[in-house]
Design a protein around this ligand. Structure first.
Ligand SMILES: C[C@@H](O)CC(=O)SCCNC(=O)CCNC(=O)[C@H](O)C(C)(C)COP(=O)(O)OP(=O)(O)OC[C@H]1O[C@@H](n2cnc3c(N)ncnc32)[C@H](O)[C@@H]1OP(=O)(O)O
Length: 710
C-alpha cells in the first residue's frame, strides 16, 4: 500500500480502498501529496482487491485546497511549470474517469482544490455543518481543478456564480439541498456510509454520477448565459471576469473544454500581481498573531468568558455587540439610566443590522442579547475576566475608572482601554496593576471592522498579551500587537494621508482630481469626500493630535477651518466639498474652489503662488509615499513586530486595496530607491512633510525592500 507523509491508503476486506489526505493543519495539497494521490489511485485501480475508493481527510477535516506554499514557490521562481497537473492528471483521469468509482467522505471543510477533488468523485458524503467553498478568487486566481465546471453542473449556474464571486462557503446542509452533497451523516458513521455508497455504485445499485457530464442543473443555455452577462455587470475586477468567461466556455463548448480553458487561465492568473498581493495578505493576516518571545514560549491563553465594557457610546456599544455576538457575557456600565438605555438600544440596532444582512435570525438575536447586562453599579464588575474602558478621551476620567476597577475586580482581571490617543502608562498611573493593563484599540464600527490593535506597554505581562490575542481571535478579529506611541501603528502610519491631500490642495492641485485619482487607485472614497463623511471635527482633532506629536513634519492647513467658517460641515450639514442630497450621489461642489484659493493664499506654499503641474501618477505618489515614509518610522521604532503587520493595518484599517498586498508590499513593488528619490525632491521643494525617514534612506541606499515577507 502506497503510504507517505501526506497520503495514506488502506484497502479493506470489503474491497474499498480508503485514501486519506494527511497534512496538518488543513490537509492542504502539496506537490508530493498530489503525486501520491495519483499513485494511490493507480494502485487502487490496478488492484484486483479493490472494487471502489473512498477519498477522505485526516483529523476531522477533508482538505483546505492547494497548499499555498506551492503558489508561493511559483511566485518566487516565476515559473508556472512548478504547478502540479492536478486538474487533468488527477481529477479527470484518475478520480472521475478511473475504472473504479470514488466517493468523498467530507468533514470539517472541503475548500478550493479540496472541494474540486470531491466534485470529481461519483458522490459526496459529509458530516453536518461542514464548510464547502471555492475561495480562489479571494487569492487572485480562479479554481484550477475543474471547480468552474463541476460546481455549476452540481448546484446550478446561478448558485455557482454566487459562490465563486463571493468566495463564501456553504454548509453541507445547504449543499445537500442544492445537490452538491448526497448524504449527511454523523462523523462516527461517515467512513462506513461512504464505503457502502462506493460499493453500491461499483456494483450498480446506485448511479455513478460524472458531474462534468451533468447538464440537468445547468438549465437552458440562454438562461445560463444571461446569468453570466448580468454577473459581468456587477463584477469588473479582471480575474472575476476571467472566471465568468471560463464558466461560459464550458456552458457553450462542454465541461471538458471548460476544464482546459480553466487550466490555461488559472496558470495565467497565478503569476499576476493581484495573486501575489492577495496571497501576501492571506499569509500576513495569519502572521500578525505570532509574537516572538510571547506566543512561542508555551504560555496557554486563559479563558475570557465575562467582560465589562465601561462606556456605552458609539465605540462601547459596538464593542459590546462584538462580544455578545461571539457568545461572551457582557456587563455594560454606564453612568445613568438614560445613557444606559441608549447604549442597549445601540447594541440592539447593531444586532438588527446583522439580522437584516441575513447573518443572524431573530431567535439567535434574542439569545445573543440575553448575554448583555446593563448596570450603573461598579459592584457588578467584580467577577469579570476583563474590563474594556471605552469612555471619552479624557485622561482624568480614564484614570479614575482604572483606579476604581482595581479596587472592585479580581487580581487576575485584565484592564484594557480602547483609547486611540492617550498613553496607557498615563491611563494606569493611579493603579499598581501595570502588568495587566494594555490597549485594545478597535476601529469603528467595532462590531464590523476586523482590525484590532493590541497595545502593549513595557510592563504588560506576556500572559495578558497571549490571553488577549486569543480573545481577539474568538471575536474573529485580526489582531496586530503594537507598542505605545501616538496613533499606535494604523493612525500613526496613515496620519500623512490626512494632511497630504490638503497640502496638494494648497499647492493648487484640484481637490476633485485628487479624489478621482485616489478612488481610481482603489480606495473606496477620495480623501476630501472622506473628510466630509468622517466629520470635520474628527478630522481637525486627528490632525491636532499629530501636529502636537510630530510638529517637525506636520503640515497645517487652514482649509478645513475656512470650510467651517463658510458654513460647510461636510455630510453633517450636507454641504462640504460635495453636496449631499437624499437619494442621489454626492456631487462635487465647485464653489468651494474659492475657499481652497483662500487657503492657498494663506499658506503661500505654491511656488510663485501658481498651481503646480503634476500627473495623476504623481498625485498618487505624493499622497501615499508620505504614508510609506511614516510607516518606515513605525517599523524603525519597533512599534510593530513586522512590516507586513502594516500591510494588514492598511488593508483592514484604511481599506487600502488588498490586491496590492498592502501599503508596504505595494511600496516594495515600486522600490525603496524610487520612493526615497521622490520624497527627497519634494522635501527640497515643499518642506519637511516629505522629509525621508532614516529607515527609508538606509534601505534605499542598500537597495533593500521596506517590507519583506512575513
Ligand atoms: C487548485 C486551485 O483550485 C487552487 C486552490 O485550491 S487555492 C487554495 C484554496 N484554499 C483556500 O483558499 C483555503 C485557505 N484557508 C482557509 O480558508 C483557512 O485556513 C481554513 C478555513 C482552511 C482554516 O481556517 P482556520 O481554522 O481559521 O485556520 P487558519 O486560517 O488560521 O489556518 C491555520 C494554518 O493553516 C494554514 N493554511 C490554511 N490554508 C492553507 C492552504 N491552502 N495551504 C497551506 N496552508 C494553509 C494557515 O496559513 C495557517 O498556518 P499557520 O502557520 O498556523 O499560520
Amino acid at each position: 500500500m502506497a503510504n507517505s507523509a501526506s497520503i495514506n491508503m488502506e484497502i479493506g476486506n470489503d474491497g474499498v480502498a480508503v485514501i486519506t489526505i494527511l497534512n496538518p493543519p488543513v490537509n492542504a495539497l502539496t506537490l508530493s501529496a498530489i503525486e501520491e494521490l495519483k499513485r494511490c489511485y493507480e494502485e487502487a485501480i490496478d488492484s484486483d482487491h479493490v472494487k471502489a475508493i473512498v477519498l477522505s481527510g485526516a483529523d476531522g477535516r477533508f482538505c483546505g485546497g492547494l497548499d499555498i506554499t506551492v503558489v508561493e514557490n511559483v511566485h518566487k521562481h516565476g515559473d508556472i511549470l512548478l504547478l502540479p497537473d492536478a486538474s487533468i492528471g488527477l481529477v479527470v483521469n484518475k478520480i472521475e474517469n478511473g475504472k473504479k468509482p470514488s466517493v468523498a467522505a467530507i468533514q470539517g471543510f472541503a475548500l478550493g482544490g479540496g472541494l474540486e477533488l470531491a466534485m470529481g468523485c461519483s458522490a459526496r458524503i459529509a458530516t453536518a455543518k461542514s464548510d464547502l467553498g471555492l475561495p480562489e478568487l479571494r487569492l487572485g486566481v480562479i479554481p484550477g481543478c475543474g471547480g468552474t465546471q463541476r460546481l455549476p453542473r452540481l448546484v446550478g449556474t446561478s448558485k455557482a456564480v454566487d459562490m465563486l464571486m463571493s468566495s463564501k462557503t456553504i454548509t453541507s446542509e445547504e449543499g445537500k439541498e442544492l445537490g452538491l452533497i448526497d448524504a449527511i451523516v454523523s462523523s462516527e458513521e461517515l467512513l462506513a456510509v461512504a464505503r457502502c455508497w462506493a460499493l453500491n455504485i461499483a456494483e450498480g445499485r446506485q448511479p455513478n454520477c460524472n458531474s462534468l457530464q451533468k447538464t440537468d442543473k445547468l438549465g437552458p443555455q440562454d438562461e445560463s448565459l444571461e446569468i453570466l452577462k448580468s454577473a459581468r455587470q456587477r463584477y469588473t475586477v479582471p480575474h472575476y471576469r476571467a472566471c465568468l468567461d471560463v464558466i461560459e466556455e464550458g456552458i457553450i463548448s462542454g465541461g471538458y473544454s471548460g476544464v482546459l480553458k480553466e487550466d490555461k487561465v488559472f496558470k495565467e492568473l497565478v503569476l499576476s500581481n493581484t495573486a501575489k498581493g492577495l496571497l501576501h495578505v492571506f499569509l500576513a493576516e495569519r502572521a500578525t498573531s505570532k509574537v516572538p518571545g510571547v506566543t512561542d514560549i508555551g504560555l496557554k491563553p486563559r479563558r475570557i468568558e465575562k467582560v465589562a465594557v465601561v462606556g456605552g457610546g458609539l465605540m462601547g456599544s459596538g464593542i459590546a455587540t462584538a462580544l455578545i455576538i461571539s457568545n461572551i457575557n457582557v456587563v455594560l456600565k454606564e453612568i445613568n439610566n438614560e445613557y444606559l438605555l441608549k447604549a442597549v438600544k445601540s447594541v440592539e440596532a447593531n444586532l438588527q443590522g446583522f439580522v437584516t444582512r441575513g447573518k443572524l435570525n431573530q431567535d439567535k438575536m434574542k439569545r445573543t442579547l440575553s448575554l448583555l447586562k446593563g448596570t450603573l453599579d461598579y459592584e457588578d464588575l467584580k467577577d469579570v475576566d476583563m474590563v474594556i474602558e471605552a469612555v471619552n478621551e479624557n485622561v482624568s476620567l480614564k484614570q479614575s475608572i482604572f483606579e476604581y476597577i482595581e479596587k472592585i475586580c479580581t487580581s487576575e482581571c485584565i484592564f484594557a482601554s480602547n483609547t486611540s490617543t492617550i498613553s496607557l502608562d498615563v491611563i494606569g498611573e493611579r493603579t499598581s496593576s501595570q502588568d495587566r493593563i494594555l490597549g485594545i484599540h478597535l476601529f469603528s464600527p467595532a462590531h464590523l471592522m476586523p482590525l484590532v490593535e493590541i497595545v502593549r506597554t513595557e510592563t504588560t505581562s506576556l500572559q495578558v498579551i497571549v490571553d488577549v490575542i486569543k480573545f481577539t481571535k474568538i471575536l474573529k478579529k485580526v489582531p496586530i500587537v503594537v507598542k505605545n506611541c501616538t496613533g499606535f501603528a494604523v493612525n500613526r502610519s496613515f496620519f500623512p494621508y490626512m494632511q497630504g491631500p490638503d497640502l496638494l490642495a494648497n499647492l493648487g492641485v484640484n481637490i476633485f482630481r485628487i479624489d478621482r485619482v485616489i478612488t481610481e487607485f482603489g480606495m473606496r472614497l477620495g480623501p476630501f469626500q472622506l473628510q466630509d463623511l468622517s466629520g470635520y471635527g474628527i478630522f481637525l482633532a486627528g490632525v491636532k493630535e499629530f501636529v502636537t506629536a510630530f510638529p517637525d513634519r506636520a503640515f497645517q492647513s487652514p482649509l478645513v477651518q475656512l470650510m467651517v467658517e463658510n458654513g460647510r460641515e461636510g455630510k453633517k450639514n450636507d454641504k462640504g466639498y460635495y453636496t449631499y442630497n437624499k437619494g442621489s450621489k454626492p456631487e462635487a461642489d465647485h464653489s468651494v474652489i474659492q475657499i481652497v484659493e483662500e487657503s492657498m493664499r494663506l499658506t503661500n506654499i505654491a511656488p510663485g503662488g501658481k498651481p503646480i503641474s503634476v500627473t495623476d501618477e504623481e498625485i498618487l505618489e505624493m499622497i501615499f509615499f508620505p504614508v510609506v515614509n511614516e510607516a518606515c518610522r513605525v517599523i524603525e521604532e519597533g512599534i510593530v513586530i513586522r512590516a507586513s503587520d502594516i500591510d494588514i493595518a492598511s488593508v483592514h484599517g484604511f481599506k487600502f486595496p488588498s490586491e496590492t498586498g498592502g501599503i508596504m508590499f505595494w511600496a516594495d513593488a515600486i522600490g525603496s530607491e524610487y520612493i526615497y528619490s521622490k520624497l527627497k525632491s519634494w522635501h527640497e521643494a515643499y518642506g519637511d512633510f516629505f522629509k525621508p525617514s532614516i529607515f527609508l534612506e538606509q534601505r534605499a541606499a542598500k537597495g533593500l525592500p521596506l517590507g519583506g515577507s512575513c
